[in-house]
Design a protein. Structure first.
Length: 251
């Protein structure tokens, strides 16, 4: 299927060779509207184009779909301007695929059935350590919590899970790696008493927790790598704003 841009380019080639616009359209069997259509409509699109540039500068890793949700605009309209303004993100190099497959059991069959949680580390401007506990619903991909502190103990994990279960209800399983905070006796006992099954991934296989790994990649590129936290309090405020926005966008 030939795109409208390719049709206009082919028409322009014939016109440049001396053929009239009417004759060129007749040769391709196209309406003259194809040749006359302007992709950018200055009066109509100037304001939105400025909003897109500002939003892209503020959130450089956001694509046109997320920007469209933020601006409350049609995805088709934003896509048209996005490509006309040449704002598309460069494509990432494809990762080498592993041979074979892993069985991901238990799977998230409905919302609030399987959660994933893990830690991300960062530092403040002074070099002090920051540790982030993230919790994700594997079915909806919703970020349920991003807890920020200097350190996180097993008791902090229990308090976070307890608060989330009061808000959302209990999941059937919680997926994690074999970190000390997740395999601690206190956490295991608390999960058993809550009738929630732990689902540990195999050591050295982070792709078995792929949804959370993908979320961590976005969190680092869109927040941690772009912000310079001066204090723990500032980190908590800014990361909380990022978490609220991610939940609103459904990302």
């Amino acid at each position: 299927m030939v795109s409208p841009e390719a049709r206009r380019a082919a028409l322009q080639i014939l016109i440049n060779k001396g053929l009239s616009q009417r004759a060129a359209c007749r040769a391709f069997g196209l309406s003259r509207r194809v040749a006359c259509y302007q992709l950018l409509q200055p009066e109509k699109d100037r304001q939105l184009a400025q909003v897109l540039r500002e939003s892209s500068g503020r959130y450089p890793r956001f694509g046109y779909r997320r920007i469209a949700v933020m601006c409350g605009q049609s995805v088709d309209r934003v896509w048209r301007l996005w490509h006309a303004l040449k704002m598309a993100l460069p494509r990432r190099r494809p990762r080498r695929r592993r041979s074979g497959s892993d069985i991901r059991l238990p799977g998230a069959t409905q919302p609030n059935s399987v959660w994933s949680y893990d830690f991300v580390e960062d530092r403040t401007a002074s070099g002090s350590k920051l540790r982030l506990l993230t919790v994700l619903d594997e079915h909806t991909r919703e970020s349920l919590a991003i807890e920020v502190g200097r350190y996180m103990r097993a008791q902090d994990v229990i308090l976070t899970l307890s608060r989330l279960m009061r808000l959302y209800g209990k999941p059937q399983y919680i997926r994690s790696d074999n970190g000390a905070e997740f395999t601690a006796t206190a956490v295991m006992k608390w999960l058993r008493d809550a009738n929630v099954g732990p689902a540990f991934i195999e050591p050295g296989k982070p792709w078995q927790n792929g949804f959370l790994e993908s979320f961590h990649d976005k969190l680092r590129s869109e927040c941690l790598n772009r912000e310079w936290f001066l204090s723990l309090r500032e980190a908590r405020v800014l990361i909380d704003l990022i978490g609220v926005q991610a939940a609103r966008l459904g990302c």
